[in-house]
Design a protein around this ligand. Structure first.
Ligand code: NAD
Ligand code: TYD
Length: 334
């Protein structure tokens, strides 16, 4: 099988390529990634000389390039996106450009070259925010995105589904909860807190720390994507979640304990505007129809992840001392 992966130099996409080429060593992957601040070819060092892997630096919004690349492709797995809620609060222009128009460009290219299967990677954030006692999100939950990021992802999900209904494009969609693991850019909660502590810096907890996320290890997410690609029904959506609902305060305590720090390292900072209270995913459909369930429990996953950041300081120090630091200084004055 010949696969076009978009955004394969980012966190989840690079883990996906590493996973896929190890499991399906005869498949060929083209990785199309523009290398924004979040794209990092260091994530793909182990496979960069694999003859079945090709990297193309380019923009998913570039119609000419995308049309060229999809020739003879069997499957597109679309990860590329602007992915950080806080950045979408500062400005959402790039989110609309990449997440909405970029998805449209890929869909048109797939439509115009018959026989291409399209798998769209999305998020549970498209469903909005749950109260503490609300039932979890599932495939029937109405869309109600609250942040510019989740609104742009919701728009892309609707477009993908529209191409199935209108043009009979063979699509599937997966909506996953919060991922953690190796190669996650240190602006998201877990890698930011772990790397800050490894540098002896404080950790910025938003608001009262009571917001809840459903954490999934990135390898479990990618196994889920694999199951949906191989066994999912065309035109359908699958919700993937980790079954690990934890408040940000709980996660913070776990990380502090594992790294041997006390609560004095927490800096309570102003809340994120429009901060979604709770995300949680009901995985009944994927368990029942695809026999998929998360395998990595949070205790093991977070220990593994912290060890990875401890043992790969060069990877994140390079990021934190570069453009990212300047970005952070500009936006947050830290
Ligand atoms: P990331 O920010 O780490 O990586 C995104 C990648 O996309 C980067 O390599 C970037 O260079 C690339 N990219 C951005 N704009 C591009 C463009 N115009 N053309 C080509 N490449 C471009 O993101 P991630 O956390 O790995 O998320 C990947 C996907 O998974 C996204 O679609 C995101 O919405 C979805 N998702 C993420 C999570 C999570 O917890 N991180 C959870 C559920 C779903
Ligand atoms: P994040 O990792 O940005 O993912 P998302 O916003 O997509 O869920 O944030 C996870 C949770 O952690 C969210 O409730 C916001 C909170 N958070 C902090 O408290 N401090 C931080 O510095 C960051 C980045 C996030």
């Amino acid at each position: 099988m010949k696969i076009l992966v978009t955004g394969g130099a980012g966190f989840i996409g690079s883990n996906f390529i590493n996973y896929w080429l190890e499991k399906y060593s005869n498949d060929k992957i083209i990785n199309l990634d523009i290398l924004t601040y979040a794209g990092n070819l260091d994530n793909l060092k182990t496979i960069e000389s694999n003859p079945n892997y090709t990297f193309v630096k380019g923009d998913i919004c570039d119609e000419r390039l995308v049309n060229e690349l999809v020739k003879n492709i069997d499957l597109i797995v679309h990860f590329a996106a602007e992915s950080h809620v806080d950045r979408s609060v500062v400005s959402c222009e790039d989110f609309i450009r990449t997440n909405v128009n970029g998805t449209r460009v890929l869909l048109d290219a797939a439509k115009n070259n018959k026989g291409i299967r399209f798998h769209h990677i999305s998020t549970d954030e498209v469903f909005g925010s749950l109260g503490f006692s609300d039932p979890k999100f599932n495939e029937f939950t109405p869309y109600n995105p609250k942040s510019p990021y989740s609104a742009s992802k919701a728009a892309s999900d609707h477009l993908v589904r529209a191409y199935f209904h209108t043009h009979k494009l063979p699509i599937t969609i997966s909506n996953c909860s919060n991922n953690y693991g190796e190669y996650q850019f240190p602006e998201k909660l877990i890698p930011l807190f772990v790397t800050n502590l490894l540098e002896g810096k404080k950790i910025p907890l938003y608001g009262d720390g009571k917001n809840v996320r459903d954490w999934i290890y990135v390898g479990d997410h990618n196994r889920g994507v694999d199951c949906v690609i191989r066994k999912g029904r065309i035109g359908e959506t699958y919700c993937l979640g980790g079954g690990n609902e934890l408040s940000n305060s709980e996660i913070t305590s776990i990380i502090l304990n594992l790294l041997g720090f006390g609560e004095e390292m927490i800096e309570y900072v102003s809340d994120r505007p429009g901060h979604d209270l709770r995300y949680a995913i009901d995985i009944t459909k994927v368990e029942r129809d695809l026999n998929w369930y998360p395998e990595v429990d949070f205790d093991a996953g977070i220990k593994h992840t912290i060890n990875w950041y401890k043992n790969n300081k060069e990877w994140w120090q390079k990021i934190k001392s570069g453009e990212y630091r300047n970005y952070y200084r500009r936006q947050y004055g830290t």
